[in-house]
Write a protein that binds this ligand. Sequence first.
Ligand code: ZN
Length: 305
Amino acid sequence: MDAQRTLRRQISCVGIGLHSGNKVNLTLKPAPADFGVRFRRTDLGHHEVPATVNNLAGIQLATGLANNEVSVETVEHLLAALVSVGIDNVIIELNSPEVPIMDGSAAPFIYLIHEAGVKRLSAARKYLKIVRPIAISRGDKRIALYPSDHFKVTYSISYDHPLLRHQSRTLRITEESFVDEIAPARTFTFLKDVEMMRQNGLALGGSLENAIVLGETGILNNALRFEDEFVRHKILDAVGDLALVGYPVIGHLVAHRAGHALHTEFAAKVLDEADAWRVIEAPFEPAVIPFGAKIKATAPGLAAT
Ligand SMILES: [Zn+2]
């Protein structure tokens, strides 16, 4: 059985909020089966904000949630890490409205989850399996989900910037591929936008420590982690925003020039179109091989029996 999972023990870290620039304490705590992913504001009476599209709040430059006027912001990188590593149930305590930005990627959250360890719970995991296409387009921005046997993402971006024209990538998202190929990809911004954000009191915690900054003629950071780090980060954002449907998705997500506003509008549309998906339990049960059955050889030297 493909069981629901939580953390083996609680774990904490300290970082800063990207927009406020304030120090934030983050603690991830184990939770029981069918609890889901819920934020808890320890500075506001431990008020809970479940990570679902029902609690979507204003999307400015990152994805925000709110419940009874209690908000949590910049949730997407942490949600992407949790869903990709298969943590179905967790309490996320914050003493401030913003999830800390860490290094602008999901890699520090993966590190925390791995340090805490993973615990299997005695309940089957549920998946949202796409059975017919769902799509939204806004001008040249598009996002869609198609039926597939796996969770796959195809993302393409194009910008009018000498260092960032067109990038595209398709990846089947598994725990391993997410950890190796997507989690380390950092958020990025353009220097001209940084000045505008600062004037509006945003990105006060932003620095070259937590974002790739593209100037007119070069990247202000020393080096990229991947040649196509930009599109990989867009995949990270899309995985985190789609996690707001409340279940891991089985389907092929295809997005072109989308962003948080379109990702989250799409996540809400997915839940609305209830005839386009089914909730299924644990589809990846290990195959039971009947006694005496032929096993296909999978590698040279491995003899079929
Ligand atoms: Zn991001």
